[in-house]
Design a protein. Sequence first.
Length: 568
Amino acid sequence: MNANVPVYRIVEKTKDMNKPWLAQYPTGIPEHIDPTQYASLAEMFEHSVNRFANRPMYANMGSPLTFSDVDRLSREFAAYLQSSLGLNKGDRVAIMMPNVLQYPVALFGILRAGMVVVNVNPLYTARELEHQLNDAGARAIVVLENFAHVVQQVIDRVKLDRVITTQIGDLVPFPKRALVNFVVKRVRKMVPDWQLKDPVPLRRALAEGRTQPFKPPQLNHDDLAFLQYTGGTTGVSKGAMLTHGNMVANVLQASTWISPHTRVGEDTIITALPLYHIFSLTANCLTYMHLGGFNVLITNPRDIPAFVKELSKLKFTALTGVNTLFNALLQNEQFQQLDFSSFRMALGGGMAVQRAVAERWKAVTGVTLVEAYGLTESAPAATINPPDLAEYNGSIGLPLPSTELAIFDPAGQPLPAGEVGEICIRGPQVMKGYWNRPEETAKVLAPDGWLHTGDMGLMADDGFFRLVDRKKDMVVVSGFNVFPNEVEDVLAMHPDILEAGVVGIPDEKSGEVVKAVIVPKRDDLTEEEILAHCRQYLTGYKVPKVIEFRSELPKSNVGKILRRELRG
């Protein structure tokens, strides 16, 4: 790329800003972080467990584990992997479970043993699981019994040395443990029948590890920490190689940026998004580990009444989520009655936050819903809004410390402020590349370190970045570009629309036209009402030409609307 690329670093646009939120940083905006203070995530973890030993670290179903508990249990699991299974530094170990206490125990055990975590979506089909395990060369998998039947379907076509199984309540104290596991399996029938040869229950693995030596390996920033799979919606799923250096950097970047809104060793963050997703993994699991925070794990956030009931018991200070989750909570009357006196930070990512949702969120909770931006390949955070903005500003924020952003046109030429192009990122959090896919790596990662995101955006005159849309989702109507996010934002403003998704569909006359899929709040909502609303806020070619009503929208495991399934 051109050596004279106009890149943006945080300090360049804030020197002369007279913004109230700047007062949060009395010593100035942090321009850089020093990732060398930790050689690895394992070292960062060990520092935190020594510092916050008796503080609760994770809780699920009302049962907490302290930092020292997770230290002890993860050490036992690390010893089991090394001694009983004979695995070595660099071997890949998969985790296939939702937000339960066993997840962080397995995660930190694998990392401390110098092995590589392969996060697996527990909702994967057998085909998807087979691809990921074989592509990663996973030696072992830790799986919740609820999903063991999927492992059974692929076990003869993958090269796993060992399957380690666990039940939902396994790390809950007895007798509650026995009751929870009985209800899940026998009363609610949530565990399909499965059969595997010589599976090892996690509790037995921990017991074995308790009697075995643990030998911490030498780890540095170049060692792999995660194979985090991405891109399954647009083709073959690829493993982003995220090193210990990438992850340490992003944790320090996020911690530094949100520091005015955190209280080290005191915060309680609600973790509703799955920890196997990169957003929740870094923002919740790892960043709040570093900050001595308390993660309350929500196993099934789709059960909004149960989720809200759990929130009612807590003095929570922070919550992360995606737009659809925030919207779903706002529709619940009990949520609106919660005590938000301790609540200080709401962070949205994973998909665009809609203005209508953000404005209602502020009205109900008193806390501004601030948006962040990143992707799996950047571990993930690249930009975040100041945590104490007075109001939602429609932007994805400012680059994190030690991060550069630039906007490029299709020819690879830099664009000035105000013009839409592809967002590119450079910083210590950018991945090493895709696992065993040098050609795919070369398509997105330039030799000079710029990561091509595939996202369209611009830098405004105030230095804040704005996300326009994914390149692949852009609709071209008679040569005019239509970005679905803009149309979805307008539809979300309608008081009788619960959710909306927008895509382009083929049209003989204009090439493509805009299609809107609507989930209405009332059954008698008409197309004419929606069109009249859209014409009030959108130019003619952006107004949907096709409107379809559905009872719900298809969503990914983290609640992101699956636009590809709206086209049919």
